[in-house]
Design a protein around this ligand. Structure first.
Ligand code: NAD
Length: 362
């Protein structure tokens, strides 16, 4: 099979983890660890190749991607060196990408050229590099910047994997635009491998399957990277809260009133770095109206948690491109993303995606 030519939007911790993780698999031969799929449509992990990259950090733009992924404020250091990443990181328009709390860490380039000039530049780079899948890793709250990049995907004929909670695949207008161009879009907002969302959903589903009533629940998340620091800016948080809350509400047989459910990122604790800690509590009633409580603490590397999903999303997107399937990919989005076009219970979504993969792999 040919390679999958991927362009990265936002060379932060998630991008760094994706690239270093693929290098780990290439060099260690440990292909049995931590992968949901060895192959999707004949594509293995090592078929993912990075052909373009875009950022705004003054210490990343103009560098080789293989160096930029180690630049501050990135924290991932899983492998010393990565191969096959010789592309130069190009400048992206800042638009609303950089929040007030992270500005002094990201250090965006000053005096950007006009938007049209930047757009011509990124389109030229994507076409020159024959990039075919764009993966969006912009900070939460990048509404305009994500829309800019979704437009670029449409103009350059790329598939789009939207890892962030700006609604593209789950927005009818955008999904329709991708469908009309015959281009696939997967989104929105990565549902991490063993993240707070899928664990919370599994517990809520278990409570429902066992006939209990869930009366109230919360999920608090803390972490120490720029993703969490950015989320201290409440105005940028709105879509993330919708995405995370809806992911849990949608598996409850009876929706909870707003004051009985809290799901959201809750604080930035610098010493945690890329470690994310989630606290989940569910209170309900079981047989004979007797109360019960579940409390759970999850500690996980947030970036391994994201990259393990991205490698499947990229390969599903490429498979759809190969087969000429346009629009929002419902099955892949439901299994891999928190805010898909259609919420489907996880075990069902997994089955549907396996069927989708095997149908289109033939
Ligand atoms: N488990 C997870 O890590 C997880 C799960 C779901 C969603 N996400 C989302 O993925 C996104 C990326 O997370 P991260 O940890 O890599 O964040 P990050 O802060 O490490 O990286 C963001 C990158 O985007 C760059 N950037 C900012 N504005 C830009 C612009 N206009 N154009 C191009 N680049 C720009 C920054 O310079 C930085 O390199 C976040 O929105 C996060 O919420 C992550």
């Amino acid at each position: 099979m040919g390679k999958i030519r991927v362009g990265i939007i936002g060379v932060g911790n998630c991008a760094s983890a994706l690239i270093q993780g693929i290098e780990f698999y290439k060099t260690s031969g440990e292909s049995e660890i931590g992968l949901m799929h060895q192959e999707i449509g004949g594509y293995r992990l090592e078929d993912i190749t990075f052909t373009s990259a875009f950022d705004v950090g003054v210490n990343k733009v103009g560098k080789h991607l293989s160096e930029a992924i180690y630049e501050e404020p990135n924290l991932v250091k899983w492998v010393q060196k990565v191969s096959d990443c010789d592309v130069i990181v190009k400048e992206s328009p800042i638009l609303d990408g950089v929040g007030i709390y992270v500005e002094n860490k990201i250090k965006p380039v000053a005096n950007q050229r006009p938007l049209n000039t930047l757009k011509d530049g990124v389109i030229e780079e994507i076409e020159r590099s024959r990039t075919e899948v764009l993966i969006n890793y912009l900070p939460v709250g990048s509404q305009l910047a994500t829309e800019f990049w979704a437009d670029v995907a449409l103009e350059t004929g790329c598939g789009f994997v939207n890892c962030i909670p700006v609604f593209i695949a789950s927005n009818n207008m955008w999904a329709e635009r991708f469908a009309q161009k015959g281009l696939p879009v997967i989104g929105d907002d990565i549902k991490a491998v063993v993240g707070a969302t899928i664990v919370h959903r599994a517990l809520a589903k278990l409570c429902a399957d066992r006939g209990t009533i869930v009366d109230q629940t919360y999920q608090i998340n803390v972490g120490g990277n720029t993703d969490f620091l950015n989320l201290k800016e409440v105005e940028r948080l709105e879509s993330k809260k919708i995405s995370k809350t809806e992911a849990v509400q949608s598996v409850l047989p009876r929706r909870l009133p707003e004051d009985k459910i809290y799901v959201g990122p809750s604080d930035f604790i610098p010493q945690l770095g890329n470690t994310k800690i989630a606290f989940i509590k569910i209170q309900g009633r079981m047989f004979a109206n007797i109360p019960f409580t579940i409390e759970l603490r999850l500690e996980v590397d947030d970036k391994a948690n994201s990259a393990g999903i991205a490698v499947d999303a990229i390969r599903c997107c490429k498979l759809a491109l190969d087969r000429g399937l346009g629009g929002a990919l419902v099955e892949a989005s439901a299994w891999l993303m928190k805010h898909p076009p259609k919420q489907i219970e996880d075990s069902e979504a997994k089955k549907m995606l396996e069927t989708w993969i095997s149908t289109h792999s033939k």
